[in-house]
Design a protein around this ligand. Structure first.
Ligand code: KIV
Ligand code: ZN
Length: 498
């Protein structure tokens, strides 16, 4: 029988640290439930001491999810651990993830400490966490750059102190696959009590090696992989769940199996991308728009004769059904409900009615409605209670004329209007909004993206606005890209105008 690989998902903790990807509790619960259906073993739900919002999310996810273990992150600090234990109160299976930096960079520069002192603190935090929960995971931050001999001493000590899982992170994404594999082998061979705990790995993708390092570690004895959906995470991201799971499935010689229902990979990927407003790059392995698209004549010819000539994975294995029924203006409410269910979203009758209205409006403007469109429609009504809303927008633009925009805003029920010109329709619309709001706001980032193909496609707009020294993120999607830009700007303003 193959060995079991435990999948620890940190989309809601490491993934959520990405600027602009912050979720509210309801959205986090939605993702946690999708992760449960996907079959992950552990959900890292947050870092409870970091904010009341994070604390509350861990509490609510603990109540909402049944099978996976719910994990909460802490530093090697007693108060962090106490708060994490409190946040995990309702979890059916709970784990505290505590730890400290073990590389000399961390020991000397971050803690101004010594290896012996850090070893003591590592054991102490595990023992303290153990006084609250049975399942304690220790992380040796920057283990990728930690001296192997010292790392082995730390791992042995924390297992003796009661750690059930020991996480070896490549925090900076520095390691090469053969060196990282060697590190795991060294631990497997030199830590005397290694059989009393599971060795986990947590790789970052700064050099694009996260999946390679994870697979190399698994090959050398690691049995828990820490991953995120779509590989999101700090800087260049974390190891992606889909890549690790499908590599293990494709390469039988690794002789390892996870509990993941791979046919739910695609829908989970879409859900996370949509709720976090984080586009998936078109050529992203397994879940990108082009992952299974063959455009060159030679490839198409080969695929038509025999798929396996150019395809190592059947797209259906990750839940991409190319023959799935496309929704159009003629699709009924039941078809929309069914598609939402497949995408991991179950909504009540009232929300379905509203979503169906938006669906019909969009279907009037666009021939085929994609999964991305549906996720955006489902998410649109969440903003219904915002203080600022776009009431109307009219623009005149073209070649040889000035762009002019008239904008109407509804601010907590009161109506305001302004008219402005600009070097293009988006500039004119944003200037008009600024005239109404009267605050010094600077657009720092602005990205317009078509989601699929065709001139009738929905455009997504991501915007970052600087106000009073802080950055605020806004998002919108609309077939009219000037309207989407104006709505995204208003979405960002809603985050600071109370
Ligand atoms: O990258 C890292 O080292 C981490 C730890 C907190 C596990 O995210
Ligand atoms: Zn990390």
């Amino acid at each position: 029988m193959s060995d079991r690989l435990f999948i620890f998902d940190t989309t809601l903790r490491d993934g959520e640290q990405v600027p602009g990807c912050q979720l509210n509790t309801i959205e986090k619960i939605e993702i946690a439930k999708a992760l449960e259906m996907l079959g992950v073993d552990v959900i890292e739900a947050g870092f409870p001491v970091s904010s009341p919002g994070d604390f509350n999310s861990v509490v609510e996810i603990s109540k909402a999810v049944t099978w996976p273990t719910i994990c909460a992150l802490t530093r090697a600090v007693e108060n962090d651990i106490r708060v994490a234990a409190e946040a995990l109160k309702y979890a059916k299976h709970k784990r505290i993830h505590t730890g400290i930096g073990t590389s000399d960079y961390h020991i000397r520069h971050k803690f101004n400490s010594t290896r012996e002192e850090i070893l003591e603190r590592a054991m102490a935090c595990v023992k303290y966490a153990k006084s609250f929960v049975e399942d304690v995971q220790f992380y040796a931050e920057d283990a990728g750059r930690t001296d192997n001999e010292y790392l082995a001493r730390v791992v042995e000590a924390v297992i003796a102190a009661g750690a059930t899982v020991v996480n070896i992170p490549d925090t900076t994404g520095y390691c090469l696959p053969w060196d990282f594999g060697e590190k795991i082998r060294y631990l497997m061979e030199n830590v005397r009590n290694v059989d009393k705990a599971t060795i986990a790995i947590h790789c970052h993708n700064d050099l694009g090696m996260a999946t390679a390092n994870t697979i190399s570690a698994i090959r050398n004895g690691a049995r828990q992989a820490e991953v995120t959906i779509n590989g999101i995470g700090e800087r260049a991201g974390n190891t992606s769940l889909e890549e690790v799971v499908m590599t293990c499935k494709c390469h039988k010689e690794l002789d390892i199996e996870s509990n993941i229902n791979t046919q739910r990979i695609y829908s989970t990927s879409r859900l996370v991308s949509s709720l976090m407003n984080m586009p998936v790059q078109a050529n992203k392995a397994l879940v990108g728009r082009n992952a299974f698209a063959h455009s060159s004549g030679i490839h198409q010819d080969g695929v038509l004769k025999n798929r396996e000539s150019y395809e190592i994975i059947d797209p259906k294995d990750v839940g991409i059904d190319e023959n799935s029924i496309l929704l159009t203006a003629r699709s009924g409410r039941a078809a929309l409900k069914h598609r939402l269910h497949i995408l991991g979203i179950d909504i009540d009758k009232e929300a379905l009615d509203k979503a169906y209205e938006s669906f019909l409006l969009l279907a009037d403007r666009k021939k085929e409605i994609t999964d991305d469109d549906i996720l955006i429609i489902a998410g649109k009504h969440k903003g219904a209670n915002r203080r600022l809303k776009l009431d109307f927008l009219q623009v005149t633009s073209g070649v040889g004329v000035h762009s002019v925009a008239s904008v109407g805003l509804d601010i907590a029920g009161e109506k305001f209007e302004a008219c402005a010109s600009g070097n293009g329709p988006v500039d004119a619309a944003i200037t008009a909004v600024k005239q109404i709001i009267h605050r010094h706001m600077v657009v720092k980032e602005f990205l317009i993206q078509a989601m699929n193909k065709g001139s009738n496609d929905v455009g997504k707009v991501h915007i970052t606005v600087e106000y009073d020294g802080a950055h605020y993120y806004g998002f919108s999607a609309n077939t009219d890209i000037v309207a989407a830009s104006c709505e995204a700007f208003i979405d960002a303003i809603n985050k600071f105008v109370k």
